[in-house]
Design a protein around this ligand. Sequence first.
Ligand SMILES: [Mn+2]
Length: 345
Amino acid sequence: MKSNQNIEKIENILSNCRKALLVGHFNPDGDSVGSVVAFHHYLNARNIFSSIVLPSKFPDYLEFLDPVESKIMVYTEHRSEVSEALAQADVIVCLDFNNLKRTEQLEPLIRESSIPKIMIDHHPFPETGPFDVVISETEISSACELLFKILCQMPDVKGDVNNLSIECARALYAGMMTDTNNFYNSVYPSTFEMASALIGRGVDKNLIQEYVFNCYSEERMKLMGHLLKDSLFLLKGSNVAYIMLSDKDKKGYNFSSGDSEGFVNLPLSIRGIKMSALFTENISPEETNIRVSFRSKGNWDVNRFSNLYFNGGGHINASGGRLYIPFDEVPQYFEKALKEYLDEK
Ligand SMILES: [Mn+2]
């Protein structure tokens, strides 16, 4: 379907809507939080009330985005409030994920709801079934860039970025900036155009960089040093490196959510390394598993690799997944999967 028809459909849904529920993905990152918050501020300007719900906690460094007038609800901590917000909503908007599976415990609630649903996302192979409108583009930096493009086409914005509130503009910039790792990857000409327009609108990019990149704890920096020294492994004869982050190390360095942000990129700065992995042991009252992150360069497809061996997916050069095996068996499993995957090619 043509994108202007989708814009019309969204406009139709919103013009009949009083309350919206905006949903981000599990383990929300900057793009996830940025996109739901930006959409919240857009709706606010139209006098449409919206509640934001995330399936799990978001990292502390994104707190500056949390709207004062309508605080983000984390489903695991605000179950009844979320159920109430859903019962009152007349539209659900899903941002920055391609499958309702990515909302974990929220999935059945959203699936069973009969109100209109909109998906705005930039991951390949979107699940279209449950949605009335799907806007999915993969040749774009982030969900925030896609949302920016959509908002600019809305009748009330009329292509003029000055018609977006500064709070909306700031959230869009933050999401794009984090998903591109500050313009390092997945950047298109349109990404710079968006950045230029938003800075022209008054977004203080230095302040956002300060919040996102320079507000880590001392323990996080020391954990990074420890991992690079003792838990970074290069696979001989290949262009692959990986980091093991154990539960013991997390406890020893007072780990909090978001502390491992960016760790997976570190091995890629070693000459010759084309693919890197971060394995994080995750032991919590709710679940025990291993979180897997991959990053790669060029045509090394970590989306497919994660799909085949790590119960996950994402993009060609950035993906995630999960493993359900003992942590000390990870290196062996990883090397075997790599060998199989590379031999098959
Ligand atoms: Mn994203």
